[in-house]
Write a new protein. Structure first.
Length: 247
């Protein structure tokens, strides 16, 4: 059986952008020239992309994008599939690349502190962080995504959309006291905003999972994780090998 030929890229970067219309046209042209499929979201706060195509074309696009100093350190999560999991290419302008409707949270000003996958796995072995505090995993995804898989024992506030997170935090903040809270999501973008909001709201010990579940799978595999990871494309749910999970 031939190896999967399509490289899937997922990446985001919070960075101030003030040339959105022109940037949209350049991104669309460069992605079309390489026959890439997927979506790119642009807002004043940054970029969020999910693209798929032939390996050489996908890597060429990333190289071109990183030629812009604002995206020079853009890190992409990679996975493979036999065919593109998207039908078309879309490059859209949005108010936020991930909508929270909480304007005081500005990731372009400062990134939330993060924990890497290997360190988190080690903490999960004992249930405590290096400072000795109890570890609490907080899933910032929508409820139906959580149903496909999550970290063992993680808190799930049954969000229907990420914009509900601020209200959920206000209702449950007392549950987080005295613990090291690690927010997580699929690729890192939602848990980064969530971590910043929690710090703003006075939750003392908050970290985001760097790179989200996808990076955790790439680095650690399924250790301490139950089920798969829902992705918003035709693959549906990925297993710890970043392959489509059996239905």
């Amino acid at each position: 059986m031939p190896s999967p030929a399509v490289l899937n890229l997922a990446a985001y970067r919070f960075v101030a952008l003030d040339d959105l219309e022109a940037l949209r046209e350049r991104l669309l042209s460069q992605a079309q020239a390489r026959a890439l499929k997927g979506s790119v979201l642009l807002a004043e706060e940054g970029i969020n992309l999910f693209l798929a195509g032939a390996e050489a074309d996908a890597r060429s696009f990333l190289s071109w994008l990183r030629g812009d100093a604002r995206f020079a350190d853009l890190q992409a999560k990679e996975s493979w599939s036999e065919r593109p999991p998207f039908q078309r290419l879309r490059v859209k302008l949005k108010r936020e690349i991930i909508r929270m409707d909480h304007p005081t949270v500005r990731p372009v000003d400062a990134r939330a502190p993060a924990v890497d996958a290997a360190t988190l796995a080690r903490w999960l072995d004992t249930g405590r962080c290096d400072a000795g505090r109890p570890l609490l995993m907080l899933d910032t995804r929508n409820g139906f995504e959580v149903d496909a898989g999550r970290f063992a024992g993680a808190i799930d506030w049954r969000l229907e959309r990420f914009g509900e997170f601020p209200a959920a935090l206000a209702a449950h903040r007392a549950e987080l006291a005295g613990k090291t809270v690690v927010s997580y999501c699929t690729g890192g973008i939602r848990c980064e905003k969530a971590a910043l909001l929690m710090r703003e709201q006075g939750v003392e010990h908050v970290l985001q999972l760097d790179g989200g579940i996808l990076q955790y799978f790439q680095t650690v595999g399924a250790r301490h994780y139950e089920g798969g990871c829902f992705v918003f494309d035709e693959r549906g749910t990925l297993d710890a090998d970043l392959q489509p999970a059996p239905a």
